[in-house]
Design a protein around this ligand. Sequence first.
Ligand code: NDP
Length: 321
Amino acid sequence: MKRYEKMKYRRCGASGVLFPAISLGLWHNFGTDAPYSNCRDMILGSFDLGITHFDLANNYGPIPGSAEETFGRILNSELKSHRDELFIATKAGYGMWDGPYGEWGSKKHMLSSLDQSLKRMDLEHVDLFYHHRPDPDTPLDETIDALVQVMRSGKALYVGISNYDPVQTKEMIEACERRGVKLLIHQVNYSMFQLPSEDIISVLDKSNIGTIAYCPLAQGLLTDKYLDGIPEISRAATKNTHLNRDSITEEKIVKANALNEIAKQRGQTLAQMALAWVLQRTTTALIGASKLSQIEENVKIVDRLAFTEQELNEINKVIRE
Ligand code: NDP
């Protein structure tokens, strides 16, 4: 099938599962405020480009839960016959409903949340279920109990974690191993502007667990969007997002422009170079998008993933100085 000809698929750690080099996340632009036709174009268009992995969470919206509803509507009306070609992930752990069970890592929260997510997407199972953030107050064993139960019940085929620091990650991996559970993947904030600690990468490499880089474009800062300031139509100009105007500092704009010059020499856009760069150490780059043309631009990286030593030195100089 044509859709599988161009995309590159990469093995996730030591598992049997392959991820597309580019995955699509639905954190922004799939809530109740997003035009349905644009959401549909992005999902169907992504799949046609070979993107088989879609990343959701219970709370993605706004309103929380609505991204799962939008995705479920598109999936069930247009992609039902392709369900086995898709790798669908969701998460629990951030605040989702009122009261003491609406967040964190208790078995009560995790299992109820996954049931709600399956209902919103009208699915019998997800392919991957994450604990979205570590919980300082719930014993690790209880969170693992929840992950074991979702796998045994068949409601998720694989499990993963996100936002755990290196020490917590090592503890989680070891505790899972004692219970006979293998984590598939860790979802890490990873971009040229957000370098993860070497410790986390080495813990994951040693245990042969995959890494998925979230916000690989630093929410748009590592694209040509903000090179000359903040455009009117952008995440930073939109109210109630996690990218506020104050975080677009002069220093970041100067760095983005310097990186853009290196990208031009490589014959790539800044977004493409930023994605190729995170893929050196990760299984897949988990992008967001507000329109299909951005996704079309981003998947073209598969033509140019390699870097010369000189390019890497130049990039390092910009991002680490
Ligand atoms: P990115 O860093 O990829 O930023 C996406 C934004 O960049 C788009 O919305 C768009 O901004 C802009 N953009 C993308 N491509 C282009 C392009 N080619 N040209 C110009 N602009 C472009 O990722 P996100 O911040 O969206 O996060 C991605 C996913 O990561 C989320 O959907 C979610 O699944 C996951 N995530 C996980 C977290 C966790 O705690 N585990 C936390 C955060 C995210 P604009 O909208 O302005 O057009």
